[in-house]
Design a protein. Structure first.
Length: 265
């Protein structure tokens, strides 16, 4: 529901990073030819196609050929993780996920543009058939919809999240590429009312078979079986879990300067 260059959001972040780190090059990714397309694609463009497009943009940008740091906000967090896993060239050094939903969501209590009819339509569509082929291929939020009551459907039919989370087998290349990160920083909003469950921002999720009790990353099979390399990264000090008071994507400039900017320098 956002665009690359909105002066109130991503454009603002780009500006404050450039102001605080003189000489830095910042690319704010645009998916589509116009800002309207960029916003619409955040709802309706197949995430795998978005990831391919971003990989192409990064590979063609001469400023990034030596490597780069990446910051993803909300769903951009898990999308950029897919970039790290699928496209190791140019190399991503640090991945900073600000409110990203790495185990997906099971609920859509609010969405960007709450007054929009799009939000109501998305909720109904997800309830009716999140794992049907048509919905998976044409609704972004369905591609990281994780139903703990229908784990088998999720594993079999999720065209994006189940793949990057190694739910259908181990892709050793994904594992190797993610483990090449210097730091994987995950920011969780401690009063989040948009992400359900909020612990997904730290790679936790609902215990399988119900939607009340959650388990942290270290108690998930993803971690205990080390299917993605997260356990090894954790032991090496590469995983950073940060909590910030506030609702989804609500943080102060001061917090951003003192907590996030050091990972970009």
């Amino acid at each position: 529901g956002d665009s690359c260059c909105n002066p109130q959001s991503m454009g603002y972040i780009k500006k404050i990073v450039e102001n605080k780190i003189p000489g830095i090059y910042v690319l704010s990714l645009k998916i589509g030819n116009t800002l309207i397309q960029d916003m619409e694609n955040s709802f309706f463009m197949n995430v795998n196609d978005q990831v391919r497009e971003v990989c192409s943009q990064l590979a063609k940008d001469p400023h990034l050929k030596g490597g780069y740091n990446a910051i993803g906000f909300s769903q951009g967090g898990q999308f950029l993780r897919a970039v790290a896993q699928r496209c190791p060239s140019p190399p991503m050094f640090n991945l900073i996920s600000v409110g990203g939903q790495h185990q997906g969501v099971y609920g859509f209590p609010r969405c960007p543009g709450e007054s929009s009819h799009i939000c109501d339509w998305i909720r109904k569509t997800l309830d009716l058939g999140a794992y049907t082929q048509a919905v998976q291929e044409h609704l972004v939020q369905a591609e990281y919809w994780h139903d703990p009551l229908k784990e088998e459907d999720y594993r079999k039919n999720s065209i994006f999240l189940a793949d990057i989370n190694q739910e259908r087998g181990i892709n050793e290349t994904y594992k190797k590429n993610l483990m090449a990160l210097k730091k994987f920083v995950m920011v969780k909003f401690l009063n989040d009312t948009m992400v359900d469950p909020p612990i997904s921002e730290w790679f936790g999720f609902y215990k399988s078979g119900q939607a009340k009790e959650t388990v942290p990353l270290k108690e998930t099979s993803l971690y205990t079986e080390d299917r993605l390399g997260l356990r090894e990264m954790d032991k090496a000090g590469k995983l950073v879990f940060l909590g910030v008071n506030g609702d989804h994507l609500h943080f102060s400039e001061e917090w951003f300067y003192t907590t996030i900017l050091p990972f970009l320098q």
